[in-house]
Write a protein that binds this ligand. Structure first.
Ligand code: AMP
Ligand code: GLY
Length: 422
């Protein structure tokens, strides 16, 4: 089977590797991929939001199955478009992708189906924001309604900030929407819970905890993710039952009722407080870097799982996981998530011996004239697995240091909440 993979991050390199390992997979084409996927697949440079152009390439390369990594093409309806053109595509339809693409849609759905989430108000103007401020305690979280590349959420400690951030959104700071959601601040511990979903069923697809803040001890501005570990120890069987009964099942039922059933990977972003789950967000894809810690633990053939899902036969497949734990540390360009230099040479990457327990996933990398260059903020993901996460972290840090990339930085404290208890 020829497989097309859409995306260019660490998540896609991790997906690419699992697709490559599958006995069913003959060749992989990445649109556009990165320097890591180039070793396993053919990379084709294309604007993945130009669906017509993409379709031509998919036909040209006789692709039998398309797997979509990132949220933007999903939100713009790539699955509907390709499916209509008779291309098997794995991911949610455009309507279901609104779970991530519109915070207002997601919160409304929570309210209608009594799904536990932070109290909120959808606002189109300042008056509505003021009304919410009157009855709510600080801090307050302001969220742009539409996709905002991880920059749409601000935790505000005072009213002035709430009004300032809201005003910017109303004025069109984010092209995707001028609406916003204001909501109460939830305390507790965050965890990400993943599922693979078909029209009738769903299966557990790993859990993880990531570190979104750029600085150690979770300080500083938000990023796409600086590192993660899997599984998330906070998610026990009892809690998992609550997540499924109170959050997942009502959501999938609501979409089925609209005749727009969810299919694909589903990322359930949670806040856990006193052993109770609250939904913070849905993402309609695998997480990045969560995918880089979850997939190395997967034992079952990924292509086989995806095919079962597309045939609505997930119930018939048993998904097996390695018992070992995994961790990823992301090596970033200095300056990220702000301004950073591009096209900086990365040397000595081949000094790291990949052996199934230590893996390097590329993200913002490119080979230009035979040289490996950084082209993004998050550049490389160092993943290792083992029984003892503290030792795993030590191994990763040793590996990161081997490449001695002067333009890079990384967090040395991934997993600190569970590993560095004093
Ligand atoms: P979101 O894009 O909705 O996941 O928000 C990004 C991050 O902001 C989350 O991962 C949380 O760390 C934080 N966050 C969002 N909403 C809340 C909330 N209501 N209370 C506390 N933290 C939140
Ligand atoms: N790591 C967070 C995300 O993928 O959205």
């Amino acid at each position: 089977m020829n497989i097309g993979l859409i995306g260019s991050g660490g998540r896609e390199h991790a997906l690419c590797r699992k697709l490559y390992e599958s006995k069913i997979c003959k060749k992989i084409i990445c649109f556009p991929g990165n320097a890591g996927t180039a070793n396993l697949a053919k990379n084709i440079e294309v604007d993945v939001l130009n669906f017509n152009k993409l379709l031509k390439l998919i036909k040209l390369h006789k692709i039998d199955l398309v797997v979509v990594g990132p949220e933007e093409p999903l939100s713009l309806g790539i699955v509907d478009f390709l499916t209509k053109n008779k291309i098997k595509t794995f991911g949610p339809n455009k309507y279901a992708a609104k779970l991530e693409g519109s915070k207002a849609f997601m919160k409304r759905m929570c309210k209608m189906n009594k799904i536990p989430t932070a109290n909120f108000q959808i606002c189109k103007n300042r008056r509505q924001v003021l009304k919410f401020l009157e009855k709510s305690k600080l801090p307050i979280v302001v969220k742009a309604d539409g996709l905002a590349a991880g920059k749409g959420v601000t935790i505000c400690q005072n009213r002035k900030k709430v009004l300032k951030v809201s005003e910017e959104i109303f004025k069109g700071k984010f092209k995707s929407s001028k609406k916003l959601v204001v909501e109460e601040f939830l305390t507790g511990e965050e965890a990400s819970y993943f599922l693979i979903v078909d029209k009738n069923n769903f299966k557990f697809f790993g859990s993880a905890q990531d570190h979104k803040r750029v600085g150690e001890k979770d300080m500083g501005p938000n990023t796409g993710g600086m590192g993660a570990y899997s599984p998330a120890p906070i998610i026990n069987k009892h809690l998992e039952k609550k997540i499924i009964e109170k959050i997942v099942k009502p959501t999938l039922k609501a979409l089925r009722k609209k005749n727009k059933p969810y299919t694909g990977f589903l990322y359930v972003g949670l806040m856990i407080k006193n052993n109770e789950p609250f939904l913070i967000e849905y993402n309609v894809r695998m997480g990045d870097p969560e995918c880089q810690v979850i997939l190395p633990r997967l034992k079952t053939d990924l292509v086989k799982i995806i095919i079962h899902s597309l045939k609505n036969k997930l119930k018939k497949i048993s998904i097996k996981w390695r018992r070992e734990k995994s961790m990823t540390i992301v090596l970033c360009s200095k300056g990220y998530p702000g301004k950073y230099r591009k096209n900086v040479l990365i040397k000595k990457l081949n000094s790291i011996k990949e052996n199934g327990k230590d893996i390097v996933y590329h993200a913002g990398t490119k080979i230009i004239n035979g040289k490996l260059l950084s082209v993004g903020g998050r550049v490389l993901n160092f993943t290792s697995i083992g029984n003892d996460l503290l030792k795993v972290r030590e191994r990763i840090i040793k590996n990161v240091k081997k490449i001695n990339w002067k333009n890079g930085f990384f967090r040395k404290d991934i997993g600190w909440k569970i590993l560095d208890k004093k």
